[in-house]
Design a protein around this ligand. Structure first.
Ligand code: SAM
Length: 277
């Protein structure tokens, strides 16, 4: 008799890293899961709250019973909400430049006509994420998705298309929300894992989306939480000092190599700041 595969084992394609995330996501923390597992182990009866859940690598790595997963990106969250409903996609996904730009135009039409939460928008977002350049999610000033075609030799859509329905049972007790981290409705005994955009030093006055003021706002918000908190970030001096000052314990880890904007491969250090553990 053929072995009966549960949804979790069907999707469990990693090596101790949990379930493979459905989207490509810049700054994904799948590599950090083995460092987070020992911290989570004694708290797994709690609700996991991720104010910056991004590609869901951590939630799918720790597999909590109960979770609140938030991100400011409404398209990723819409896609997860459709997976939770049991998304069954019939979209013809082709690794073809013309098809890609036609889908991009259709996705932008849905956004501009107020249909960004539709099933079609969720399917298109998934397709654009796999087929576009580096899995980026970038919008121009007019709010249009403007990532170019990715030029990959091969892309497998089937694995995910066939397994979309497997996420339904995993997401059953997870809630998803869209917004700024400070709007997340936390309860005092929640376990918070916060993974904001990296601090980039010497950018105090730049207009980037998550600047130094936001890093400080986040650290202060996290320091007010009664339950356990884990924060990961680039280990810049000012981030390490900020969290130390607020009474967090800090640990420095070697992060995987990243390709910098000049094309160099840089070895970055990551800080894990913890409190109440
Ligand atoms: C480093 S990524 C998180 C990656 C995630 N831990 C993973 O493993 O895939 C940071 C995330 O923060 C989100 N973000 C940026 N500003 C935010 C804000 N003010 N509030 C909530 N989320 C925000 C971004 O959309 C992005 O998904």
């Amino acid at each position: 008799m053929a072995a009966v595969l549960t949804d979790k084992t069907r999707l469990n394609l990693g090596e101790g890293l949990g379930i493979r995330p459905p989207l490509k996501w810049a700054g994904g923390k799948r590599w950090l899961v083995p460092h987070l597992q020992p911290l989570w182990k004694n708290h797994s009866q709690r609700r996991l709250v991720e104010p910056f859940s991004g590609g869901l690598a951590v939630a799918l790595g720790l597999l909590p019973e109960d979770a609140l997963l938030n991100d400011i990106n409404p398209h990723a969250i819409n896609f997860y909400q459709w997976l939770k409903r049991g998304l069954n996609s019939k979209l013809a996904m082709q690794n073809d430049e013309e098809a890609y730009y036609a889908c991009r135009t259709q996705f932008n039409k849905l956004i501009s006509s107020g249909k960004a939460s539709s099933k079609e928008a969720a399917e298109l977002f998934y397709y654009l994420n796999r087929t576009g350049y580096n899995g980026l999610c970038r919008f121009n000033k007019q709010g249009e998705f403007n990532v170019p075609f990715g030029r990959y030799k091969t892309i497998s859509y089937d694995l995910y298309k066939n397994d979309f329905k497997s996420y339904k049972s995993i997401f059953a007790n997870w809630r998803f929300s869209v917004g700024d981290f400070a709007s997340v409705a936390i309860k005092e005994d929640d376990f918070i894992y916060a993974d904001p955009p990296y601090d980039v030093e010497f950018t105090q006055y730049s207009k980037e989306a998550f600047g130094w003021d936001d890093q400080v706002r986040l650290a202060e918000w996290l320091s007010l939480h009664q339950g356990p908190v884990v924060l990961s970030n680039q280990a810049t001096k000012r981030i390490v000092n900020l969290y130390k000052k607020l009474g967090f314990k800090t640990k420095i880890l070697d992060a995987p190599r990243r390709i910098s904007c000049t094309g160099d491969r840089t070895r970055a250090e990551e800080v894990l700041a913890t409190r109440g553990l």
